[in-house]
Design a protein around this ligand. Structure first.
Ligand code: YRO
Length: 310
């Protein structure tokens, strides 16, 4: 019998599938659904210091091949997620869950990181680098100088497991430059990828979401080739101590299998979870195990990163 067990850093998980931040993780109600699903763990909606309502609706739209969103970071604030995670640390002490957060400035990032340190939360933290940091500059992850500056400040005091959520990069030089920066730090993981930024979906003669005159992040089947390329590019370049979480375009067991071939140790499901609900985890797990059984693979280690070249 095949197993989809995995680990990220020192943490072990019974299943390698989980939600992608932003989907099924806004409040306790949604996070309890994740706990009772076949997923190995969950990550919270990226938390900011203060609660946010997010953008006006409609701000999410499903298409045949994926979705577009401009949610605008609706979340209940860092204190809400930390309080719930600390409760779970007692109630389900044998399990591990991820906290996601993002700051709208470097100052906010440091306040958030220090809150996590002071809270006694023992799990892994994911810092979402797709945040606007300085007006007139691109999102943080596309500004590698500022990213390096902030990470070096953070690692002066933050001594807990930390990973970063990355947007897709589209140029080999950018893979090289980004990996060179991330390799300077004791990161536990990088998560590739967030939605492809600022796409535009049109229905008849109109945009389909209200914020930003229709521009929004693209997820789902559209983005799998980009996601796989980013997972593998960072798998090739990063210190082996930095693990990869693969996110983007996972609808089937075959998609999860491909992410693992590219080097992913954990796989996140966003759009398909939004469309199908938490049953997606049992379906995709079953499909992945069927492929592993066919090929005689017993564990993820048997094929992780073993993508073949021509
Ligand atoms: O709109 C969001 O809350 C959102 N949507 C995504 O697809 N990815 C994200 O990282 C976020 C939160 C961060 C930001 C895009 C609002 C800056």
């Amino acid at each position: 019998m095949s197993s989809t067990k995995t680990h990220v850093g020192k943490y072990e998980f019974e299943n390698c599938l989980m939600n992608a931040a932003g989907v099924c993780c806004y409040d306790r109600n949604e996070l309890e659904k994740m706990i009772h699903s076949e997923a190995g763990t969950f990550v919270t909606k990226s938390a900011t210091l203060n609660p946010r309502e997010g953008n006006p609706q409609p701000r999410y739209y499903d298409t045949e091949l994926g979705c577009i969103n401009s949610m605008g970071l609706p979340n209940l604030g860092i204190d809400y997620y930390l309080e719930y995670l600390l409760e779970l640390q007692e109630r389900l002490s044998e399990r591990t869950f991820f906290l996601s957060m993002t700051g709208l400035s470097s100052e906010e990032i440091h306040i958030l990181m220090k809150k996590v340190l002071d809270s006694g939360f023992k799990g892994p933290t994911e810092l979402n680098l797709s945040c606007p940091n300085v007006p007139g500059k691109p999102q943080l992850a596309y500004d590698l100088q500022t990213t390096e500056q902030i990470l070096s400040e953070v690692f002066e005091y933050f001594d807990r497991p930390l990973g970063i959520k990355l947007p897709p990069y589209f140029d080999i030089v950018h893979f090289d430059q980004a990996a060179a920066v991330f390799n300077k730090f004791p990161l536990t993981f990088v998560n590739c990828v967030n939605s492809i930024g600022n796409g535009l979906v049109i229905n008849d003669e109109s945009v389909v979401i209200k914020p930003k005159n229709g521009f929004g992040g693209i997820g789902g089947q559209y983005i799998k080739p980009t996601a796989l390329a980013n997972v593998h590019a960072f798998y090739q370049r990063l210190n082996p101590s930095i693990q990869i979480i693969g996110t983007g375009g996972v609808l089937t067991g075959r998609d999860a299998f491909e992410h693992i071939l590219c080097g992913a140790s954990m796989i996140q499901i966003g759009t398909s979870l939004e469309k199908e609900g938490t049953e997606v985890f049992s379906r995709v797990t079953h499909e992945l195990k069927e492929i592993m059984d066919e090929k005689g693979y017993k564990t993820l280690e048997d094929f992780k990163g073993k993508l073949k070249y021509l």
